[in-house]
Design a protein around this ligand. Structure first.
Ligand code: NCD
Ligand code: ZN
Length: 477
């Protein structure tokens, strides 16, 4: 059989092992992995001497702003940034304009994404106070999962009450979909921010003061209680504090289907960086005191935190550099720099490259039912491949990023490891550090290949829907 592409002389990396070998690709899938002399003939060969071949990263937390904020990002610039970062699948958040809260709006976003994307993607549907009755139509139209904002953030999407959250979990649990949570408690933050504003605080550290770690501890704990009660699957986005690891560990020990992510900025930046970076560092949850860094790193290496995501949240430079911290938009880009920043730690011997492949590809694929179609270099899997020069030392330069947002806290940082080629289902999206224009529009939604394990809803005789349907005397018994 003639393969489309054979990559020779690479160091192949999986979640368990590394070995020297070749990889053959046909019709968008991996056809063979192994020694050079057993590879089939191919229309094209690539000599990857000196490069490591990893499963493309799956970044489960990006904001591409399309539709709504084209000056910040769109599906072309955002997925080009992903391709340059060695990321072959992204899950995109619903805080666009209008928010992705019903089938019609979701269908429009699918149309935009499929016409512009260089890499594969999943779309989140919004789970809010008033969108619980839209869960079915959102699933039918194609979501990878749901996003629920427990705390207010960019886009000012109101956070649902605990009552609405419970009902939302009741409705999603029987579908088997995972609910990703922005786990910060809104009422604490609102009260604090208003007190700080009244006291005249407009400096960057006031942002951290408004969102102490207790907002995350409280929110993760509450979400875990509701998930255990309803059997809903949940994912804790952007873990920022050492303290919220306790409720995460407890929930895992109690058998809750809960996963967690952290982002490079919670491991490598701290409160010490606010003076240097000003509003650029403003992000939700906030970058916290330095003593959080090591426990978060240790939770990642121990497996308590399952994965690395980026919360890629692009804004324009003028939106990030205002004097009054409350006027600065929250977030910054990250999809393009995650691999180099994390691989620098691998180069320093702080983690193995297999650990890193689990955090960046294997575990996200497993948590969202994409394994073993994605996140793996094995025959039959999608040919989502990231070829990386692990020894390449360079400095991050915001001006050179693909993202439309040319402002990050990483500007000037020296890193070790550079993605050289990115292949999405057999097609080069980036080749020799150049974007392959012909691949625009090749990206596809992965919801259609998602296979979540069977749902495990609990307390079905206690749900709002059930008690409304059940005869009165049954409820009394
Ligand atoms: C995100 C954004 O800009 O969309 N901002 C942020 O500070 N993280 C929203 C979010 O993920 O909370
Ligand atoms: Zn968030």
């Amino acid at each position: 059989m003639l393969a489309d592409l054979v990559i020779h002389n690479a160091t192949v990396v999986t979640g368990d092992t590394t070995f020297a070998g070749s990889v053959a690709v046909k019709d968008g899938k991996i056809l063979a992995v192994g020694a050079k002399d057993i590879m089939p003939e191919a229309s094209e060969t690539l000599d990857a001497t000196g490069l490591h071949l990893l499963p493309g990263a799956i970044d489960v937390h990006v904001h591409f702003r399309d539709p709504g904020y084209p000056h910040k990002e769109d599906w072309a610039s955002g997925t080009a940034a992903a391709a340059f970062g060695g990321v072959t699948t992204v899950f995109e958040m619903p805080n666009t304009i209008p928010p992705t809260a019903n089938a019609k709006i979701l269908a429009e976003k699918h149309a935009i994404a499929s016409s512009k994307a260089y890499v594969d993607y999943g779309l989140y549907g919004l789970l809010g106070e008033d969108t619980i009755d839209k869960v079915d139509e959102l699933i039918e139209t194609g979501v990878i999962g749901f996003k629920l904002y427990m705390g207010n953030t960019f886009g000012a999407i109101p956070s649902p009450t605990t009552g609405a959250m419970l009902e939302a979990f009741e409705v999603v649990a029987p579908t088997g979909k995972r609910i990703s949570l922005h786990a910060e408690t809104n009422s604490i933050m609102e009260r604090r921010q208003s007190a700080l504003t009244k006291a005249g605080r407009i400096d960057p550290l006031a942002h951290l003061a408004a969102r102490p770690a207790v907002v995350a501890i409280e929110a993760v704990s509450r979400a875990a209680v509701l998930a255990e009660w309803t059997g809903a699957r949940i994912h804790i986005l952007h873990i920022s504090s050492a303290a919220e690891l306790r409720p995460l560990a407890e929930a895992k020990a109690r058998g809750v289907d809960i996963t967690g992510e952290t982002c490079p900025h919670y491991i490598f930046l701290s409160a010490d960086d606010y003076a240097r970076l000003g509003g650029i560092i403003r992000v939700n949850p906030p970058v916290r005191e330095r003593e959080n860094q090591l426990p978060i790193w240790n939770a990642l290496t121990s497996g308590l935190i399952d994965m690395i995501a980026t919360d890629h949240a692009p804004h324009a430079p003028e939106e990030k550099t205002r004097n009054d911290i409350w006027m600065v938009d929250c977030g910054f880009p990250g999809v393009e720099t995650q691999r180099p920043i994390m691989l620098t730690e691998v180069a320093a011997g702080h983690a193995s490259i297999c650990d890193y492949v689990r955090w960046s590809a294997v575990n996200p694929a497993k948590a969202w039912g994409l394994w073993p179609r994605k996140g793996v270099i094995e025959p039959g899997a999608d040919a989502d491949i990231s070829l990386i020069d692990l020894g390449h030392r360079w400095r991050i330069d915001d001006a050179k990023l693909q993202s439309r947002s040319k402002i990050t806290p990483w500007h000037g940082r020296e890193v070790c490891g550079l993605p050289i080629h990115t292949i999405v289902r057999g097609k080069f999206a980036m080749r020799d550090r150049e974007l392959v224009a012909a691949t625009q529009g090749w990206g596809r939604s992965v919801h259609s290949i998602q296979q979540m394990p069977p749902p495990q809803p609990k307390n079905l005789d206690q749900t709002t829907a059930f008690i409304l349907k059940a005869p009165k005397d049954a409820a009394l018994r």
